[in-house]
Write a protein that binds this ligand. Structure first.
Ligand code: NDP
Length: 317
């Protein structure tokens, strides 16, 4: 079977932008969309900071447009997720949906990151019934209601501030005695009358008939001052960080302590020549649609250079 020249894994802004650039460079890219076609932006509402859209655009429409743009130049967009990889052979061997084997001369990993959950049983039970990891997607349902946001970082503050413009009351549940968020975000939260911070507090479980009606919380857990109490809430929002989707690559690709893909210098190259990474999967810092798209562009250019160098080396041998 002829190997694919440029295989792109993932269909967020990074993956689609890589596909646009790679197809315009005649690399005949094949893109696998993964388990959440369109990525995280498909679960957001309005995107107001993507350049080129002065009136804003919805996340799903933006992704649909990027997809169409990639297809216009001939990108081969396929349904399926990469369930296994072997980067020790050349061409690289990848397995799709645990069944089909494909081969590729170069790979761009653009699998993004997923919101983290606490790991308590009731999160699963009430997912979509009061539990969410995206305030901008689901905040709308909590008009004049009471919600809680878990986390003490910038995301948690941002989500709490966003929800305060919709909900009647917002609790921020923070496990430490301080916020990790930047000073400016901390200040905005402190100045917002609708937001109350519950420091030193952990969530044990959620309760409610069909939908979330409250949380069983514990303050000063494991200390003599430990105190359990119930907080009546209608919505429970997780904002405790993201986990990069790198598990399937971990055997071969160097990751940092948090699981993000490490890159070489200013390039998108990983520790394996011919394997590149773009977007949130390699970016714990910026995590923006536009910065992911920029990395997708850079990865496609890196692939083009890698393939042409490999071919001219082969010719000169
Ligand atoms: P962070 O990793 O910065 O913060 C995660 C927060 O969740 C921390 O307060 C952490 O607590 C808490 N947490 C983690 N696990 C648990 C748990 N099991 N139970 C309870 N609490 C938990 O993630 P963010 O998503 O907030 O931010 C990621 C990056 O993106 C940061 O660099 C941030 O600055 C940036 N960002 C910037 C924004 C902006 O500038 N507008 C907006 C959003 C993000 P603890 O402190 O105890 O570890």
């Amino acid at each position: 079977m002829t190997p694919i020249d440029c295989l792109i894994i993932g269909s967020g802004p990074a993956g689609y932008t890589a596909a646009i650039y790679a197809s315009r460079a005649n690399l005949s890219p094949v893109l696998y969309e993964g388990q959440q076609p369109g990525g995280q932006l498909t679960i957001t509402t309005e995107v107001e900071n993507f350049p080129g859209y002065p009136d804003g655009i919805t996340g799903p429409k933006l992704m649909e447009d990027l997809r169409k743009q990639a297809m216009r130049f001939g990108a081969d967009i396929r349904t399926g997720y990469v369930s296994d990889v072997d980067f020790s052979t050349r061409p690289f061997k990848l397995t799709i949906d645990n069944s089909t084997e494909i081969f590729a001369n170069s790979v761009i990993i653009a699998t993004g990151a997923s919101a983290k959950y606490l790991g308590i049983d009731s999160e699963e039970k009430y997912r979509g019934l009061g539990v969410s990891a995206c305030a901008t997607c689901d905040g709308f349902f909590y008009r004049e209601r009471t919600v809680a946001v878990v986390g003490g970082g910038d995301t948690a503050c941002e989500e709490a501030l966003y929800l305060s413009s919709i909900a009647k009351k917002v609790y921020l549940i923070v496990r430490k005695d301080h916020l990790r968020a930047s000073k400016v975000m901390q200040q905005r939260v402190a100045e917002n009358e609708k937001i109350s911070i519950l420091f030193n507090t952990n969530t044990e479980s959620l309760f409610g008939e069909e939908f979330v009606e409250g949380a069983h919380l514990v303050e000063f857990k494991g200390t003599p001052e430990e105190r359990r109490f119930d907080l009546p809430i209608d919505g429970f929002f997780l904002a405790i960080g993201h986990k990069p989707n790198t598990d399937v690559f971990a055997k071969y690709i160097e990751l940092d302590d948090a699981g993000y893909i490490k890159q070489k210098g200013i390039t998108t190259e990983t520790n394996i020549p011919g394997v590149f990474a773009a977007g949130d999967v390699a970016d714990p810092y910026y995590r923006q649609a536009i910065s992911a798209a920029g990395m997708g562009c850079r990865a496609a250019i890196d692939v083009e250079r890698f393939l042409s160098a490999a071919r001219s080396n082969a010719k000169s041998i």
